[in-house]
Ligand binder design. Structure first.
Ligand code: AMP
Length: 300
């Protein structure tokens, strides 16, 4: 087992200015794993209720996602999140979060996952992230994502996890809240003193900036007229980024740059449809051809 991902597998209700989708499949772990599955066979650690569709489980299997760490809780309902986007797709409001089966979830890592090379702690309660972090023996790389909710409500637990990660995925608002710094470059440098060696600063439709020791790199987001639903863009960025690093097996500044482009490629597909819709037809050839388009876009 090389890449292991812990996070949420969810139902999402999404409202955009033109459309509303009720209880479609989403979740941080779902998006990360689907994106990573174009590079490697990721293993997931997550929980769902009895109501989670078998067709989606079959789709995960078809994408060769290892489901030994997916727990189905009898008599319970799947985690549900509802979000609303305004005219600006970078602005999102959480309307409700129903923890359901997450309430009593205590992640246990299957023995086969304990030797993972890369561990992705996707967005969930930092206490659960820590529990998983403790169970994986010596990953070559641990990465973490989070949201404002945890920065505001579980700051101490979050900082504890952050201290032991190598790569941190976050947006402007999140690093400002963590560090108290308005200036983004100062905030990024501050984050690098809290533990991570690399910070991937997600800037929505403006792309990402990667900061590390002797490393600063920027990737624009793929210019597109089709922004249907931004949900999962950040997660699929992380899945593509780590899936690629896992596949090449080298964590060098050059590979980190390429990984950031693959992350952007996967995020650019995600927003073209609601939820995981685009992944139902996305091929490896599509991924390679958009990577080539990114290369042309950035060549000078
Ligand atoms: P992203 O758009 O990449 O930030 O991720 C969106 C996904 O995060 C959605 O599919 C949600 O199901 C999931 N999500 C939202 N809030 C939470 C939460 N509190 N814990 C775990 N997952 C969440």
């Amino acid at each position: 087992m090389s890449l292991v991902i812990v996070g949420s597998v969810a139902f999402d209700t999404i409202e955009t200015p033109s459309c509303r989708k009720e209880r479609i499949v989403g979740g941080s772990c779902t998006f990360c794993a689907l994106a990573a599955s174009y590079f490697v066979r990721p293993g997931i650690v997550a929980v769902v209720g009895e109501d989670f569709p078998k067709a989606t489980i079959d789709f995960f299997k078809k994408r060769k996602i290892d489901l030994r760490g997916l727990k189905v809780m009898p008599g319970e309902k799947t985690f549900h999140w509802q979000g609303r986007y305004g005219e600006d797709p970078n602005q999102r409001t959480t309307i409700c979060t129903d923890l359901n089966c997450f309430e009593n979830f205590r992640p246990e890592i299957p023995a086969a996952y304990r030797e993972a090379d890369i561990l992705l702690l996707a967005n969930i309660d930092p206490d659960l992230q820590e529990r998983v972090q403790e169970q994986v023996r010596k990953p070559k790389l641990t990465a973490m994502d989070t949201i404002l909710l945890w920065i505001n409500t579980k700051r101490e637990a979050l900082l504890k996890v952050l201290k032991k990660v190598d790569v941190f995925f976050a947006n402007d608002e999140e690093i400002r809240m963590i560090t108290g710094e308005r200036n983004l470059i100062k905030a990024a440098q501050h984050v690098l003193r809290l533990g991570p060696k690399v910070l991937v600063l997600k800037k929505g439709e403006h792309g990402v900036l990667v900061f590390g020791k002797d490393l600063q790199f920027g990737v624009v987001a793929f210019p597109t007229e089709t922004v249907v639903d931004p949900t999962g863009a950040g997660d699929t960025f992380a899945g593509g980024f780590l899936g690629y690093l896992d596949k090449v097996g080298r964590i060098t500044p050059t590979e980190i740059r390429r990984a950031a482009v693959y992350g952007s490629v996967m995020a650019s597909f995600t927003i073209e449809d609601f939820g995981i819709g685009r992944y139902l037809t996305l091929t490896g050839r599509d991924v390679r051809s958009r990577f080539a388009a990114f290369k042309r876009l950035a060549a000078f």
